[in-house]
Design a protein around this ligand. Structure first.
Ligand SMILES: [Zn+2]
Length: 367
């Protein structure tokens, strides 16, 4: 297994491309409920589910590998999805190139058993930004399964280190500068939005808020952008208080169970919550990024509202891959086509607006 991290500091484990395993699943069509269910594809899935084992969501009673889909096969797919993707609706189908088959293959290339010799020992800081680094997998949560143990020397300790906290504190300083600059730029953009004649620079500022926040698609662009600015201002206030030492936001901790690869995480609306345990952005043992972007991203989650408040800042669509991006779990469409409400409650919109110098976040010239 290898750990692949994207430019948002989100990581996932994938099969090591150098590992040869002829038993990996390669689908021609979809398998399961309303799938194409070609016989060879179905056999591959039945066999793969049997091989991943019950601890990873495979069937307790092994499926008959006959190439035909019945209720048992569909239920086995659902059980696997429920175990591997908690909180997501299991659709009972495996589609080529999608996450269910991806996770099956990850598990199939992993060593079959947990080995006591694979002692967690933090072996150095891997590089990020789309570079492939060796797996640390479930090193901090061995009860979660066995996959990921390929190179024991890269398994981090189960607690956030002081070095990771120091890095996070540095990023908090940078996040404050980023947010200050973003708010200034947004104010200029909103002023420019009201002008009939704009300079080339003003036009660019307007194009930027139209792209990231869909200002011009809202019936009331000024009101829409005021709501966006309020979120940015709240993010700035939160991190400023932290940097002044009057409020502690960043703390050590483990990743949430649903996302064992999280670098950092925050409750939605942690800022507005009354619960003490929600008052923090948690820096996990995976925090090794060189970017303050992770802190800005978590701050956006932290400073919206609670789930279903209508102000919660969630994963709507990511601008990656450029230029149209991808729909994410809480979104209805891709980055380019997001409706205004989604754009102003999309965690990526806030994140990327704070990093205008990065070429991959630039507004496409065709917009
Ligand atoms: Zn997030």
């Amino acid at each position: 297994m290898v750990m692949v991290c994207n430019r948002f500091g989100e990581c996932s484990s994938r099969p090591d491309p150098t590992v040869k395993n002829t038993q990996l699943v390669t689908l021609t069509g979809s398998v399961g409920r309303n799938g194409r269910n070609l016989r060879d594809d179905v056999s591959q899935i039945q066999d793969a589910l049997n091989r991943v084992g019950p601890s990873n969501g495979g069937p307790v009673i092994k499926l008959v590998v006959d190439g035909f889909v019945g209720p048992k096969t569909v239920r086995a797919i659902e059980d696997f999805q429920r175990t591997q993707f908690p909180g997501k609706f299991p659709d009972g189908r495996v589609d080529p190139g999608q996450r269910t088959v991806g996770r099956l293959n990850e598990l199939l290339v992993a060593p079959p058993t947990f080995n006591d010799e694979m002692v967690p020992a933090f072996g150095g800081v891997p590089s990020f930004n789309n570079q492939i680094v060796p797996a640390f997998g479930n090193g901090f949560a061995p009860q979660g399964g066995q996959h990921g143990f390929v190179q024991a020397s890269f398994v981090p300790p189960p607690v956030t280190t002081d070095a990771q906290m120091t890095l996070a504190e540095r990023h908090a300083q940078d996040a404050e500068k980023r947010l200050t600059a973003a708010i200034k730029r947004m104010n200029q953009a909103v002023t420019a939005m009201g002008k009939k004649v704009r300079t080339a620079k003003e036009q660019e500022l307007v194009r930027e808020i139209n792209w990231h926040f869909k200002a011009n698609a809202d019936p009331n662009p000024t009101q829409h952008m005021t709501k966006v600015s309020t979120v940015l201002a709240t993010m700035l206030a939160a991190i400023k208080e932290h940097n002044l030492g009057t409020r502690t936001i960043l703390r050590k901790g483990a990743p949430p169970p649903a996302d064992p690869n999280a670098i950092a995480w925050a409750y939605l609306g942690g800022w507005t919550s009354n619960k003490m345990e929600e008052k923090f952005i948690t820096i996990t043992p995976m925090f090794m990024t060189q970017l303050s972007l992770v802190i800005v991203h978590e701050l956006a989650h932290f400073c919206g509202g609670n789930k279903s408040s209508g102000k919660d800042i969630v994963h709507r669509a990511s601008p990656d891959p450029f230029p149209t991006g991808t729909k994410r779990e809480d979104g209805s469409t891709n980055y380019r086509d997001m409706p205004p409400f989604h754009a102003r409650t999309n965690v990526y919109s806030y994140t990327v607006y704070c990093y205008p110098e990065r070429p991959e976040f630039k507004v496409p010239s065709t917009v």
